[in-house]
Design a protein around this ligand. Sequence first.
Ligand code: RB5
Length: 146
Amino acid sequence: MKIALGSDHAGFPLKEAIKAHLEAQGIPYTDVGAYDTTSVDYPYQAKKACDLVVAGDCDKALLCCGTGIGISMAANKIKGIRAACCTDYFSAKFTRMHNDANALCLGARVIGEGAALELVDVFLHTEFEGGRHQRRVDQLSELENL
Ligand code: RB5
């Protein structure tokens, strides 16, 4: 499993915490920035990270901005990306089980680091259930081609 990490300036501190958390678990990642708290716009930060997932270079993206919302909006405009902005454990788990989400978006100004890392862990280690959910995920892909 390889992870694409991306953030804007507001998400930078949380991205750094996630990076250390992945390193502690031996999970490889590519960090597309931000690399400091200099202001940078979240749409292209989302694209840089999500392009790695779409290309197959990474399996999932972890994206951080202030709320997690803007970067999730950007990520969901990229074909092949199913991004979920989560603030609770249940959502982070079920967006993997039911939506086969491949990007988790977190708001550095919304949730604490400890909670965010719990969401990262459950997101990375929960499998898609398939079955009836596959049909719905296929329908999400169809919407990209309308
Ligand atoms: C940056 O100030 C902030 O707007 C951004 O990080 C994010 O919260 C947008 O959704």
